[in-house]
Structure formats: structure tokens, C-alpha cells
Design a protein around this ligand. Sequence first.
Ligand code: NAD
Length: 251
Amino acid sequence: MTSSPIVLITGALTGIGRATALAFAREGATVVVSGRREPEGQSLATELQKEGAPAAAFIRADVRHEADVRALVERTVTRFGRLDVAVNNAGTEGATGPITEQSAENYDAIFDTNVRGVLFSLKHQMRAMLAQGSGAIVNLSSVAGLIGFAGASVYAASKHAVEGLTKSAALEGAAAGVRVNAVAPGPIQTDMMERFTGHNADAKAGLLASVPAQRAGTVDEVAQTIVFLASDKAKYLTGQSIAVDGGFTAQ
Ligand SMILES: NC(=O)c1ccc[n+]([C@@H]2O[C@H](COP(=O)([O-])OP(=O)(O)OC[C@H]3O[C@@H](n4cnc5c(N)ncnc54)[C@H](O)[C@@H]3O)[C@@H](O)[C@H]2O)c1
């Protein structure tokens, strides 16, 4: 990785994506943040410019649409000449509830973003990286990509798919110097966790009590792991999923 890598992050306007954009900017990277909301995206780009990434840019993309993702990668490469790091962070938890209550609409909403979005992001990112003979990709999986999750079966299935895409892409990229890994966060203090626990303090406390570390993780704790996986310190690390979960999946 160069000393000022070109870093692309999807779904970067909130939570883990936003923290990751700031972490890369502070490391001196050139960060392209992407998401669906133009004004929020432009204001994040301005913030990143002040935080050490003077060329930071926002490019609008909804990862459910391949054309958006293709244009996002093409515009990044046209503007900056290369793509060194991609973080496929955009994701949705959809509606929670038992399998017996699942709907086709919920399946489509979750899989369109979490699986189709990651697949077509990988497709276009890997084309660029294979052509240049280097690159590192980090996909956002979840502890629900490693173990089952009662009440969140479709989300868990989508994140298990992210694990499969990660390993397969890693195999396809390894000989060409393109690494693909995942991070699998446990409960992290973001809007998603609040939605996941129904904005209910008791439900949230119950979830956190099941974490050996007895607390939620912070967005920065996930961001630092992503920065590490994308760096040359992790040069021989590919096809892996690192759980950032306070011990949750060690139980
Ligand atoms: N917070 C947690 O506890 C937790 C745990 C495990 C995994 N994750 C994963 O981490 C990632 C980030 O989640 P977060 O916790 O920061 O939540 P978040 O809701 O703050 O962030 C998700 C972001 O993705 C964006 N997004 C959703 N659909 C999109 C689409 N179709 N196109 C573009 N952007 C889209 C959202 O607008 C949002 O900005 C997700 O993939 C999530 O599944 C989160």
C-alpha cells in the first residue's frame, strides 16, 4: 500500500463507515466516501478534508444498483488514478422477527443491500485492483455471519453470504496481490444497534449482558481493525474474518 492510499468506503455516512473514513483520513489516506444522501455526503467530505484528507470526496451510490457501484469505482479510478483499499460497509438489518414471520419483501431488502451490494462492489473493485496488481478489500460481516442469531435469520444468512464472498474473492485475488478480508463486529454502539434492539433499553442491556466484555464496542474499535487489515502490516492475511466482538463468539 502506498503512503497515501486511495480508499473507497460504501455506506460511509454514519456509524462504522463514518468512523472508518475518519480513521483513514487521520492516517493520511485519500478517502472517497459513498452513500445515498448527497448533502450529508458532501458535509462528511468537507470534514475529512479538515481531518487530514485534503482531496477527500463524496460520490453518491446506492449499492443495490450495479450501475451505481460500477460508476463509483470508475469515477474513483478516473479521478485518483487507482484504488488501493475498498471497505464494503453499506448494510441493513432489515426487520427482525422469527422465521415463521418472514416476508419476501424483508428478504429482498436485506439481500439486495448486504449480498448483491457486496457482490457487485467486489466485482468492480476487483477488476480495478487485479488490473493494477494490488489492493486490499475489507467487507463488513457480523458475528451473525459466524453463528446463528434467533430473531435475525435473514440478516444472519446475508452475513454468512458475505463470509462466503470474502473467502471466494480472496482465493481469486491472492496470486495477483489482491487481499480480501472481513470484520465481524459484535454489538457496536451505532444507530443500527438501537434499531436492532427496538430502541428498548432492557433489550439492549440484555444483549450487552451476553457479551463477555460486558459492553458495546465502539465504532473506532472496528475502524482500527479495518485500517489494520487494509495496511501492509496484514500483507499475508487474506480470506479471513476477524471478530471484533468483546469475546462474543469465543463462548
Ligand atoms: N452496529 C452493529 O452492532 C453491527 C454489528 C455487526 C455488523 N454491523 C455491520 O456494520 C456495517 C455498518 O453498520 P453500522 O452499525 O455503522 O450501522 P448504520 O446503519 O449506521 O450504517 C449503515 C450505513 O449503510 C447505509 N446503507 C444502507 N443501505 C445502503 C445502500 N443500499 N446503499 C448505500 N448505503 C446504504 C446506511 O444509510 C448507513 O449509513 C453494516 O454492514 C452492518 O451490518 C454492524
